[in-house]
Each structure stands twice: as C-alpha cells, then as structure tokens.
Design a protein around this ligand. Structure first.
Ligand SMILES: Cc1ncc(COP(=O)(O)O)c(C=O)c1O
Length: 503
C-alpha cells in the first residue's frame, strides 16, 4: 500500500495525516481493510507503536473502525470533494473594497532588484546601536508586561511619558486621557475618518498631500478637497467658503515639498477651524529632525479652541516596522476615539508599548534622536554638496531644512523627460522617485523626491555622482533657470513648494 509521509513533525502524526488524506481523497474507500500494524510497521520501516498510535488517533477521529479479532477498517466517511480554488473576485464586494482597489501604491514602492542606491522617502535610517538598545528594552518589557487585554487607548505609562515628551519638545499641553496610542499614522487617520467622516463628507488635504493620508481618506469614502500650498504652507486665504469637515496638514514639514507653515498661516487656519467648527489633523511626522533652527512648536500648542487632532509617529524617529504612533485628541472627541480604537483592535501590543514607555522615560529615545539628527545632518549636507557638484545647473532644491528627504526640481525637464531620467538611473542601479505622483492634479514642473536616510555617506556620494551623470545624459541641451520658485499644480494660483536653494 502506498503511504506518502510528508516528513513534518512526529512520525505517528505523519502517518495519521497520510492515511487521513488518502481516506478523504477517496484512495482508501469505506470498508477497506488496513494492513495489520506489524505489517504496516515493517513496510514503512516504523516501530509498531508508531503505527498503533496513528491507527488509534484515526479511530478516535472516526476515520477507522477496529473489529476485534478481524483487523482495522476504513469507516464510512464521505470522501471530501477536491478543494476548489475559490475564484478571484472580479467585482469588489463593497464600495470600500472598490475604492481600496483603486489606490495605486506602485509609484511609492521600493526600488527592488538590481538597485544599489534606493532614494525612496520611506527608507529608514538603520543604526545598529538603536536595535541593541531596543532589543534590551523589549526583553525587559516582556518580563514584566501584564498579559491581560490592555487599556485600548494605550498603556498609562506610555501615555504619561508621551505627555511629558510632547510638552517639552513640541509645546503640546496634553494629559494622558487625551492620548490614544495607535499603530502608526495610518491607523490614526483611519480612526479619525471613522469617528468624524460619513461617506461623501469633505476632507481637505494639502496639495500635494501625503499619500498615506490621501489613500486612507479616499478608501473611507471621503471627498478629497485639494488645498493649495506655497512657500509658507497652506494658503489660508484660499480655504473654501464651505469648510470641509476635517483639514489634514503637515505644518512642521509639508510632505513632500518640505515647506514650513508660517505662524500667521497657522493662526489663520486655527481661526478658520474655530469659526467653521471643523477639525484639523496635524500630522507631525518628522519635526524632530530640523537642521537650520529649532523645530517650531506644534500647531496644537497654539490651539486655544481644542480643534486640533495631533498625530505623532515613531516611524521616522525610530523605524517604521515598529508600527507605533499616537494621537492627542480634543477633549470633546476623547470618548469617540477611545471607543473606535477599542472596537478596531482592543489595543496596541503591550510589550512594545511598555518598552517604548521605558525608552522615553530613561532618556534613550531623546539620546537616539540627538545622534540620528547629527547623522542625518551630515547626510543632508553631503546630498546638497553632491547635487551642487554633479548637477548644479540642472536642479533646484526645496525643503532641505528638515526631515529625511529633499524635493529637487529639474530645470527644463517635463514629466516624460523626468521618467526617462528615472529609467536611465534604474539601469545604473539608482532608484529615483518623481514627485508628480504625489499631486492630485499633475504639477507643471518635474522633480524628484530624494530620501537620504537609508544610505550611508559613502553610498550617498556614489549615488549623487550617478544621479549627476544621469541628469546630464537626459537633460535638454539648453537649460534656462526658471523664474518660478516651486511647482505649480494645474490651474492653481498657489506658488507651489518652498523657495528653492539655487545650487
Ligand atoms: C507625511 C507622513 N506622515 C506620516 C508618516 C508615517 O506614517 P506611519 O506612522 O503610518 O508609518 C510618513 C512616513 O513616511 C509621512 O511621510
């Protein structure tokens, strides 16, 4: 008799699995007599006990019957129909599924095969010392963590540590009850949409918006209202007469253009929100990394009317695989955000939260930030220097004051030529990412987003040299410096991104 053991786990379990499969597949029919245990054992080179235990297991499960004195028989079990591959659904089952399917993340994917230098903006900085310290914090937290379901809004120790940290570093005056610990900005936006938006409600997003926020709101069914930006951030004079229900902004470092929202604009936005009873979502994702001056306090720090939902993340300060972030919510929304989080996942994993609380409280977090800032500053300087040396006449840089990426405008390039540059660079192992897919309406100028956190100084040196070669290869013969300081989205009067640095 043919028995195919799969080599996984104890032998008695393998034999039982093989016989069960044969019975369900119809190869062993009801009433068939199995070989005596002794014969089966010698046939398969197993011990008799192994066979006995497999037969007994199948007897208990009802696949076999043992008749005293006469042997072991296959019971009358209906052979299972062969498993049918369920068809790939062609029609989306819900409106949400339809919208989620339509989100195209391809332009934001990582470089992939054959790439030596990946300039993707989401690439984290990897510091081995950070991972050693984090591993220790996790191990300690695992020993003491309470194994029961946690408070869904977050571990009290972490919420307290966050309030202390946000007060000192971002000017945010929060108490633990205002804080909801989440699995990153993405969950924060998802919860915000559930709590505040019905399908079809208007949500204002900066043009260009951060694609994660745009995708989450779109999939939820919000109507996205693009709000134009210029070199001082959101143009508050051009906010719509009929206010959207929420307005999402990145005031500390507009993503992707790198603009800082000016204080008068911040104040105007808060006045607008108060007057129109709408909510502002402040995505404060990488404000810690600022190179020319101290970070501006958060928008929430000057919000006197409690209209700002503040969102922070550890994806930039530490690394995105953590999936850990936090919300500071207006008092009026505490209860609803707490309920939404509870329903969504019963809370964020506790060991990571406990480790993070300790990491912040004992100073490791801010020590890491200081060290990471110095490293990023050096990389940024090298990028600027490399661009100047290898492609100076072809590029203008904006948004270099903070964060982990540069927005670089290409003089004389249109979108097709920019794509040709991306293709030429890819063939040389350099992954580049055009800025255009970030816009809701195609921008008139072409440019690139260059993330520099994931590459060492030496790698960046090589990457900038290759970038220079590729730009020179693909640039139009005569390049004229353009007057406009930033990108202009189709039909907008906004002056686009921040003032460029001439290189
Ligand atoms: C504007 C912006 N917000 C937030 C994030 C982080 O999102 P998450 O916390 O979901 O990792 C990023 C990451 O690239 C970002 O660019």
């Amino acid at each position: 008799m043919q028995v195919d053991m799969d080599g996984r786990g104890p032998r008695h379990a393998q034999l039982a699995r093989a016989l069960r499969t044969a019975i369900l597949g119809g190869r062993l029919r009801a009433g068939a007599r199995l070989p005596a245990t002794r014969n089966m054992a010698s046939q398969l080179n197993l011990s008799r006990n192994t066979v006995l235990s497999a037969y007994e297991q199948l007897r208990v499960e009802g696949y076999l019957r043992a008749r005293v004195g006469s042997g072991t028989y296959v019971a009358d079990v209906a052979a299972a129909k062969p498993r049918r591959q369920s068809p790939l659904a062609t029609e989306p089952p819900t409106r949400y599924a339809a919208r989620a399917r339509s989100v195209d993340f391809r332009p934001f994917k990582r470089g992939g095969e054959g790439i030596r230098w990946d300039m993707q903006v989401g690439e984290p900085m990897t510091d081995p010392a950070l991972f050693t310290a984090w591993r220790r914090a996790l191990a300690r937290a695992a020993l003491y963590a309470d194994p029961r379901y946690p408070d869904a809004t977050g571990l009290p120790a972490l919420r307290e540590a966050l309030c202390d940290y946000l007060g000192r570093r971002r000017g945010v005056d929060a108490e633990p009850a205002d804080v909801v610990v989440v699995s990153g900005t993405q969950q924060a936006i998802g919860l915000t949409a559930r709590v505040l938006l019905e399908e079809g409600d208007a949500a204002g997003v900066e043009e260009p918006p951060y694609f994660g926020i745009r995708a989450a709101l779109w999939a939820h069914g919000a109507r996205l209202i693009p709000l134009v930006t210029d070199t001082a951030g959101l143009i508050t004079d051009r906010l719509p007469k009929r206010a959207p229900r929420i307005i999402c902004v990145t005031p500390a470092n507009q993503f992707p253009s790198g603009v800082v929202m000016s204080l008068p604009r911040r104040q105007a936005l808060l006045r607008y929100a108060s007057a129109n009873r709408c909510w502002i979502v402040e995505d404060d994702y990488d404000s810690e990394f600022r190179y020319d001056s101290e970070p501006l306090p958060a928008l929430r720090s000057i919000d006197r009317d409690d209209r700002v939902i503040y969102v922070g993340t550890f994806s930039k300060t530490l690394f995105p695989a953590l999936r850990l972030g936090y919300l500071v919510v207006p008092r009026a929304l505490r209860r609803d955000f707490g309920a939404a989080k509870r329903i969504h996942d019963f809370g964020t994993p506790v060991i990571e939260q406990a480790a993070m609380a300790q990491f912040i409280a004992d100073g490791s977090f801010e020590r890491h930030i200081r060290k990471a800032s110095a490293t990023l500053r050096a990389r940024r300087e090298l990028m600027l220097e490399g661009l100047r040396a290898h492609a100076g006449e072809h590029v203008e840089v904006s948004g270099s004051h903070a964060g982990m990426h540069l927005a670089v405008w290409l003089r004389g390039f249109d979108q097709d030529r920019c794509q040709a540059l991306v293709d030429v660079a890819r063939a040389k192992g350099l992954a580049l990412y055009p800025i255009a897919p970030h816009y809701l309406a195609a921008p008139r100028r072409a440019g690139l987003l260059l993330g520099y956190a994931g590459l060492s100084v030496r790698e960046l040196e090589a990457a900038m040299q290759v970038l220079g070669e590729c730009i020179r290869e693909t640039a139009p013969r005569v390049t004229r410096p353009t007057q406009s300081p930033g990108p202009e989205s189709g039909g907008s009067r906004g002056r686009g991104a921040s003032a460029p640095r001439r290189l």
